[in-house]
Design a protein around this ligand. Structure first.
Ligand code: FES
Length: 150
């Protein structure tokens, strides 16, 4: 009985080796083909990096943003303003001068404290340099009291 068991075991081991060998051949064939697919993966990775630039999703509530003022959501690098009651605007909080995160919103002005640039809380346009370009607007959706940026 022991001999039979040993033979069975040997066959099973040999069979397993054969299966592994076949698998290795298949894997080798398969690895030659997906070169184009790998390029596709790199492209799809771009959508992920978009999230890194300015994180989207729910960033706060309407109560976080004062009327005739605004709030800088530091973690998400987004500034949300409310120039008139119920009218919310969102912009990137990354200053177009040297990339600081803007510091605060004072009334109708978004202030960068690094070198003194000022932007309009209404449309993100430059009110005072050295910022060369406006703050880019972000798509903002108000769902009940939730602020959702995409
Ligand atoms: S980085 Fe904002 S003013 Fe220079």
């Amino acid at each position: 009985m022991t001999e039979l068991s040993d033979q069975t075991t040997r066959r099973a081991v040999l069979g397993g080796v054969a299966a592994v060998g076949a698998g290795a051949v298949l894997a080798a064939c398969g690895s030659d083909e997906p070169k184009d697919a790998a390029g596709g993966d790199a492209t799809s990775g771009d959508s992920g990096s978009g999230g890194d630039a300015a994180a989207g999703g729910e960033i706060g509530t309407t109560a976080d943003v004062p009327v005739n003022g605004g709030t800088v959501f530091q973690k998400q690098k987004i500034v949300v303003t409310q120039p008139t009651e119920g009218d919310f605007k969102a912009f990137t909080a990354v200053c177009t001068h040297s990339g600081c995160t803007v510091g605060e919103v004072n009334g109708d002005t978004i202030q960068c404290n690094c070198h003194g640039s000022q932007y309009s809380a209404e449309d993100g346009s430059v009110k005072k340099g050295p910022a060369p370009k406006p703050l880019a607007a972000k798509k903002l959706e108000v769902d009940g009291d939730k602020l959702i940026v995409s």
